[in-house]
Design a protein around this ligand. Structure first.
Ligand code: ADP
Length: 218
């Protein structure tokens, strides 16, 4: 069955969520308080509606309770974002994801019961910083406060060695979970797999251990 989503706030973030959900074959109701934003999404979303999400009656009249998941993508207006989330909770929406503008906003959203709080600018900033510090780090995904997955381009210290020869697990406590090689991806590589030029290693581990590895080897 197709899942049904509501996206509230059609700025750059909310807009890109709408496009991606539609691309994935989902039903999406797109809401913004400004008509020009709604017009922009009228041919993309399943429904596009002008409404102020801080107006509880308006939310209820849209039958918002019946949707599987509501994404609150209101940007600068933190008050509207908090109020909207509170009302969605009161109405009994099953799953609510909210974009936070700052750490304070994030804390409040968690307190009032948002199921998931996302912080795209901060997360993207971290990912880009890792890439700037080390050209070999292509991408960085935070798993928890202390653990990450990192994509690293193999350099001369790694190329030509097998995974067992490098002994990364024993030396650094981190694991190579996959190797991207051209269009192929080798999931769970074997101990005797040899790293080749242009390989991209996908490494998982504690941030401290990954940092040690990056400093020594990268
Ligand atoms: P971004 O950084 O993702 O571009 P913006 O702040 O530009 O974020 O966009 C947020 C969108 O949310 C705007 O289009 C704005 O009109 C909409 N918005 C803000 N408050 C409300 C509200 N109370 N109800 C509905 N839409 C809202």
């Amino acid at each position: 069955m197709k899942k049904e989503f509501v996206v509230i706030g059609l700025g750059r973030f909310g807009g890109s969520i709408v496009r991606e959900l539609v691309e994935q074959g989902m039903e999406v109701m797109a809401i913004d308080k400004f008509e020009d934003k709604v017009d922009e999404y009228s041919t993309i979303a399943t429904h596009a509606v002008v409404a102020d999400s801080t107006d509880e009656a308006a939310l209820r009249s849209l039958g918002i309770r019946n949707f599987d998941h509501v994404i609150v993508a209101i940007g600068d207006d933190i008050q509207a974002s908090i109020l909207t989330t509170l009302m969605l909770k009161e109405i009994g929406v099953k799953r609510i994801t909210v974009k936070a503008q700052n750490d304070y906003h994030e804390k409040v959203l968690e307190r009032i019961g948002a199921d998931k709080v996302v912080h795209p600018e901060r997360d993207m900033g971290k990912r880009i910083a890792h890439n700037i510090v080390s050209n070999n780090v292509l991408d960085y995904l935070e798993l928890s406060d202390e653990h990450s997955i990192v994509e690293i381009v193999a350099n001369n210290l790694l190329i030509g060695n097998s995974i067992i020869e490098l002994d990364i697990r024993a030396k650094y406590g981190i694991n190579i979970v996959a190797i991207k090689r051209g269009d192929d991806i080798i999931v769970s590589p074997q101990a005797n797999d040899v790293i080749r030029k242009d390989d991209i290693l996908i490494v998982i581990g504690a941030d401290n251990d990954i940092n040690r590895f990056e400093k020594r080897v990268m």
